[in-house]
Design a protein around this ligand. Structure first.
Ligand code: PXP
Length: 252
């Protein structure tokens, strides 16, 4: 199916912080700390990123609180904060007020077999968080596997957006299982769209498998991190983003 407007590109910059933390754990605010994730973000935006995604993990293994605040202050940025469904992170988000929050699993008991958030298994908790964030004008997305019960649960808790976990497809890419994984994603896109949800997707998308991802219907935004950051080591982040963006705009 062709779309009338380009699918948006959210660039996940977590792994720029991973690289910094590999050397500067505990010293990320040192004047010597590199790479500078704010400068990296600015260059990703200059390359055509429609939004910036980052995950403030409870273990702070890559992105730090100071990174989130500095990046959120970039004028005009559309920030998508990935976070666990906890009261501490909800308070953080309510103070920060990013454009969007994507609820993701961090602890084992929150994860479905797909690796997405088990919304169906914790309806009350996800509903409470979703409603609190929505009341503050934050767009809420749930990172879920391409499973009918999870999509129905997303509707039940009042989330306007889902992000479909493309990890199983990405892992199967170029194997006989890839077609079946893509078919599951297609069915999930159709179901979610029918139920009135905005459909995003992400995890493991790269410059090769993007061709297959772009055959999926009703996609609004793709969140891509690792592959773009890896390519940036060769081309710079501006070129890496602009190359991925050209795939998305050619599709439109
Ligand atoms: N979407 C979500 C919800 C994520 O947690 C991540 C990072 O794991 C991504 C997208 C980006 O995945 P990748 O870095 O594999 O492109």
């Amino acid at each position: 199916m062709t779309t009338s407007r380009p699918i948006l590109l959210g660039v996940n910059i977590d792994h720029a912080a991973t690289l910094r933390q590999a050397r500067y754990r505990g010293a990320h605010q040192s004047p010597h700390a590199e790479p500078d994730v704010v400068a990296f973000t600015r260059d990703a935006l200059a390359g055509g990123a429609d939004g910036i995604t980052l995950h403030l993990r409870e273990d702070r293994r890559h992105i730090q609180d100071a990174d989130v605040h500095a990046i959120a202050a970039i004028p005009g940025i559309r920030l998508n904060l990935e976070m666990a469904c906890t009261s501490a992170m909800t308070s953080f988000a309510l103070q920060l007020r990013p454009a969007a929050v994507c609820l993701v699993p961090e602890s084992r008991e929150e994860v479905t077999t797909e690796g997405g958030l088990d919304v169906a298994g914790q309806l009350a908790r996800v509903r409470e968080t979703t409603q609190a964030l929505k009341s503050a004008g934050i767009e809420v997305s749930l990172f879920i596997g391409p499973d009918a019960p999870q999509i129905e649960a997303a509707v039940a808790v009042g989330a306007p957006v889902i992000e479909l976990h493309t990890g199983a497809f990405a892992n199967a890419w170029k194997s006989p299982a890839a077609e079946a994984e893509l078919a599951r994603l297609r069915v999930a896109c159709e179901q979610a769209h029918r139920l009135g949800l905005i459909v995003n997707a992400g995890h493991g998308i790269n410059y090769d498998n993007i061709r297959a991802i772009l055959t999926l219907p009703h996609l609004h935004e793709l969140n891509i991190g690792h592959s773009i950051v890896a390519r940036a080591l060769f081309t710079g982040i501006r070129g890496a983003v602009s190359e991925m963006k050209s795939h998305l705009t050619q599709k439109a």
